[in-house]
Ligand binder design. Structure first.
Ligand SMILES: C[S@@+](CC[C@H](N)C(=O)[O-])C[C@H]1O[C@@H](n2cnc3c(N)ncnc32)[C@H](O)[C@@H]1O
Length: 286
């Protein structure tokens, strides 16, 4: 075989490799945000419709957090008291920890630079810059200590991730409750894997975990999108054909059966490919 033939064979093998479809029976895609968000948006457009008061100083839970990017973005943008991301796939949870560490490193490098600039500015104002006496070093240390003690709550104290199956096995601490729970693009996967029973378990468990007045932010996938994923496993295929609680009824189920008091459609005026919203985002209040 000459070099050209070898190269062609290798490139054919690469193409086949690239074509091999990722198997993600729980919607546990790697690089989910790569194809979800697209190049034209600088931040996940869903962040724009969320209300600050649901998150600021609040305890929050993100069910099906995937690689944690939206969990971290919410913590940063809205200053949660705490936010826990849980996902069934240990690899996605590892990605989430990795993303958190990367963002923390970037932030601490940024803060260090800012602090150094501030210290230099104060030194300059006090005529201390370039002065090497012991007393000026002491003053610099004092200023530096002041800056580091008044820094905001660290992101690592706010955001955490856990590998859990929310429907089947996750048992939070008995007295634990949340002000806000996110369930974004997860219902289809729970529905396909655990059927109508799993879906109802999800909704009831969320309701129980919320404080009175708490908010469920729900982004359900439409029934039309179930068909293309129904064959990811034998179980999903079997459940698909048994489903009777179609996504069109979710609102009714959550209000009339589960017990939520009211619902707001956050995206009613925003649908269309240009806005990045091709499915509704609903906020239910307990
Ligand atoms: C399509 S992704 C959505 C990610 C993220 N919520 C978003 O919208 O940006 C669905 C995620 O739900 C997770 N998931 C599915 N079933 C789950 C379960 N029973 N418990 C916890 N996570 C689950 C998957 O592993 C996957 O990462």
């Amino acid at each position: 075989m000459d070099n050209n033939e070898q190269a062609e064979k290798a490139s054919g093998a690469n193409k086949r490799k690239r074509k091999r479809k990722e198997i993600a029976p729980f919607g546990n895609y790697r690089n989910y945000y790569g194809y979800r968000i697209g190049q034209e948006f600088e931040e996940d457009p869903r962040l724009k419709v969320l209300k600050k008061e649901w998150f600021e100083g609040k305890d929050c839970l993100d069910i099906g957090c995937n690689n944690g990017l939206i969990t971290i973005a919410i913590a940063k943008k809205f200053h949660c008291q705490s936010i826990l991301g849980i996902d069934i796939d240990p690899d996605r949870v590892e990605d989430a920890h990795w993303n958190l560490r990367k963002i923390l490193r970037k932030e601490s490098a940024g803060k260090m630079h800012l602090n150094t600039s501030k210290i230099e500015a104060v030194e300059r104002a006090n005529g201390l810059h370039d002065c090497t006496s012991a007393s000026s070093n002491e003053q610099t240390k004092d200023i530096s200590r002041d800056f580091s003690t008044c820094k905001e709550k660290d992101l690592s104290d706010i955001v955490s991730f856990q590998q859990e199956n929310f429907v089947q096995s996750w048992r939070p601490r008995q007295d634990k409750s949340y002000h806000t729970i996110l369930c974004l693009s997860v219902t289809k996967w729970i529905h396909l894997n655990w059927g109508d029973d799993g879906l109802i378990t999800l909704f009831v468990k969320i309701w129980k975990l919320l404080h009175p007045g708490g908010i469920l932010v729900l982004e359900p996938q439409p029934w039309s999108s179930y068909a293309k994923n129904r064959l990811v496993s034998e179980r999903t295929a079997a459940n698909y054909s048994e489903i009777i609680f179609f996504p069109n009824y979710f609102q009714e189920i959550l209000l009339d059966k589960v017990g939520f008091r009211k619902v707001e459609n956050l995206t009613s005026s925003l649908s269309g490919s240009k806005t990045g919203f091709n499915r509704p985002i609903l906020a239910f209040q307990k």
